[in-house]
Design a protein. Structure first.
Length: 669
């Protein structure tokens, strides 16, 4: 048995009359009818009433009360209640894109339509922000977005610009439609995809243009470009690859004879024991012995990055073999000894030195000694004598009031008293000249800077010429500049180069009243340019540094293009100059009086004495000075900064720190 729930209305002048009408129409006794009074008016002249009752239509125009309706076996009471309620409520149905609204029955709820963030809902020409109550007569309009097609190309370039990677992504044009829903009282507008249409793929021309826009010009992989033009998605595909450079291989010089660590130019290490007595010692070789082989390298090949920029490779460093006494070159790359002797080298130039041995002293009987090779003296070098070697000198005893000069190392196992010792020969002279040139350049630069600042601050008296200003500063703040200039002028004249341009500037613009000839102080820049050129040439003339090693020196001048190493008691009132380092090896050795000057470092044990004798320790601006004990009146000088010890101290270390501050660490004794 099937039926449909509905609500019937009955009218009359009063409720009782409405019940009678319902009883007759439904063929049901008045007592069984459950009703709801919808309207009841009781006026003086007019009365009116309306009631409603829920019934079930079982057949056409045949009704039974809801309570008397016989349920089907497969329909629960709860389901019937819901169906009955739905029949009362208004409903919304969406079918094939159309919205169909059904109004509610009496007592039912109207339909509610909820909007969607991806759609725009208007009801009766009013935009709905969340939801709206709708009826059959409502004018409902729904519009929704349409996603436009998009396509993307992104490029990633490696940090060295040798590779580029491409990413391609497409998004289709997407159209939507309303999603169907069955009739219900409240409904949410939902969208579903109606159609998707992919955009056209990037063409090879477009991809190449994008690469060009990103400055990718070289090494583009054509096959990968074609691959990108045929697919809808690409991730991290290598699209361009540069040409890597091939590094140069330098010439490699292999020395074939035995040579000690010192000759190999290893740096000193305080933590290891070094046999300084072995300085200059090399085993002899026989005629025909191979001394060195130069293994030829290869020049590199330049690369190109993906932007088309050349990656320049350094040219292979070439070794130019040179030979001196006792050597020859075979096959263009092999150095062979032509005589028996002691092999030696300076840079890539090789020698085989014969050794001149003197079994006793060098005195009036032997005369002055001059030899192109090595000199070994088993005795002393006495007063007034000169010894000069083309390579190394070994003196097994003392040197007194004599001159010792060598192009190579000098080892003196005894004392040096009131004598001159110079190792490195020409290099020592060149280094002194270089030092003066660099000092002059620094002072000239500071002089120019000072005048510039005075002019900018308007501190110059009106009417003062640049020449007068230079003269005043030379006489007050830059006194050392004139002395340095005189030393340089003397050196130029020794070379018999009277036409030298720097000499002309020194004579006519710096010395005496020459500064009055200066019209514009910027003219001094000409001198700085000339000095730079001279420094460049002199640096190229320098050979490998050599060393002096001795036990003790007094009232002497010791110079070396490398290191000066004192192995015994130390020094007294002497001048010691070393391009690299001055090192005192023996504990409690003395540096008492005099001037010690080194390029890199000075390592002393005891400096100065109780009498307050003046002792100066000097290094270049990046150097360092150490002393185990330092007495009063000892000067520590780094560059142009000086610190004088005023109280007996120990563990002294002087240096310039990263903040360019002059630091002297010490402990008071």
């Amino acid at each position: 048995m099937e039926g449909k729930v509905c609500t019937l209305k009955f009218e009359g002048t009063n409720v009782q009359e409405c019940l009678k009408s319902a009883s007759v129409s439904l063929c049901i006794s008045e007592e069984k009818i459950k009703f709801l009074v919808l309207e009841e008016k009781k006026g003086l002249f007019k009365k009116h009433a309306i009631i409603s009752t829920d019934v079930v239509e079982v057949l056409n125009n045949e009704y039974v009360l809801k309570d008397e309706y016989i349920l089907k076996d497969d329909i629960s009471t709860e389901t019937l209640e819901v169906e009955i309620q739905n029949e009362l409520d208004g409903s919304i149905e969406i079918k094939q894109g159309k919205i169909v609204i059904k109004n509610p029955c009496v007592g039912g709820k109207p339909a509610i339509l909820f909007t969607n963030k991806n759609a725009t809902l208007t009801v009766n020409d009013e935009k709905v922000s969340l939801s709206a109550t709708v009826y059959e007569e409502s004018i409902i309009d729904v519009s929704f977005r349409e996603d436009e097609a998009k396509r993307y190309i992104t490029l990633r370039t490696s940090s060295d610009k040798m590779e580029a990677y491409i990413n391609i992504k497409y998004e289709p044009t997407t159209t939507y439609k309303l999603k169907d829903c069955k009739p219900k009282n409240s409904a949410l507008i939902e969208l579903e995809v109606k159609e998707e249409k992919m955009p056209p793929k990037f063409t090879e021309l477009e991809i190449n243009k994008e690469l060009l826009n990103n400055n990718i010009k070289y090494g583009i992989l054509k096959m990968n470009v074609m691959k990108c033009a045929k697919t809808y998605e690409m991730r991290e595909l290598l699209i361009a690859s540069g040409k890597k450079n091939i590094e140069a291989i330098n010439d490699r010089l292999e020395i074939k004879y035995n040579i000690d660590d010192h000759q190999k130019n290893k740096e000193y290490d305080d933590e290891q024991v070094i046999d300084y007595k072995a300085i200059g010692s090399v085993q002899g070789v026989e005629e025909g012995r191979v001394l060195a082989i130069n293994y030829m390298g290869k020049n590199g090949i330049d690369g190109i990055d993906i932007t088309g920029k050349n990656i320049v490779t350094k040219i292979a460093r070439r070794v130019i073999l040179g030979i001196g006494e006792g050597c020859k070159i075979e096959n263009g790359n092999t150095v062979v000894a032509t005589t028996k002797g002691r092999p030696s080298s300076r840079g890539s130039t090789f020698f085989v030195y014969k050794t001149h041995k003197i079994t006793g002293d060098v005195d009036l009987k032997t005369g002055n000694i001059q030899f192109v090779g090595d000199i070994i003296i088993s005795g002393n070098v006495n007063e007034g004598m000169k010894v000069e070697a083309g390579n190394s000198i070994l003196v097994k005893n003392n040197v007194a009031e004599a001159e010792i000069t060598a192009s190579g190392d000098i080892v003196i196992k005894g004392n040096v008293i009131h004598s001159g010792v110079s190792a490195g020969k020409e290099d020592v002279v060149i280094l002194e000249y270089l030092s003066n040139l660099k000092s002059m350049k620094i002072d000239l630069s500071k002089l120019i800077e000072s005048i510039t600042q005075l002019k900018e601050m308007n501190l110059i008296k009106r009417g003062t010429s640049d020449g007068e200003l230079v003269k005043i500063l030379l006489e007050t703040k830059f006194k050392k500049l004139r002395k340095t200039s005189i030393d340089i002028a003397k050196k130029i004249l020794q070379k018999q180069d009277a036409e030298d341009e720097l000499l002309f500037i020194i004579k006519n613009k710096i010395l005496n009243v020459g500064s009055s000839n200066i019209k514009d102080y910027i003219e001094l820049n000409d001198a700085i340019i000339l000095i730079d050129n001279k420094i460049l040439v002199l640096d190229m003339d320098l050979t490998l540094p050599v060393n002096v090693m001795l036990d003790y020196c007094q009232d002497s001048v010791i110079k070396s293009s490398g290191n000066v190493i004192l192995t015994g008691k130390g020094e007294y009132v002497s001048q010691i100059v070393a391009t690299d380092s001055i090192i005192f090896l023996k504990d409690k050795s003395l540096a008492r009086g005099g001037v010690l000057k080194a390029g890199k470092e000075i390592k002393c044990k005891i400096v100065g004495g109780l009498g307050g004798v003046s002792t100066k320790l000097i290094v270049e601006k990046h150097g360092q000075i150490w002393a185990d004990i330092a007495y009063q009146n000892t000067s520590f000088i780094i560059g142009d900064r000086e610190y004088v010890i005023d109280v007996l101290s120990k563990n002294v270390h002087a240096y310039i720190d990263e903040a360019r501050e002059f630091i002297v660490d010490k402990l008071q004794l």
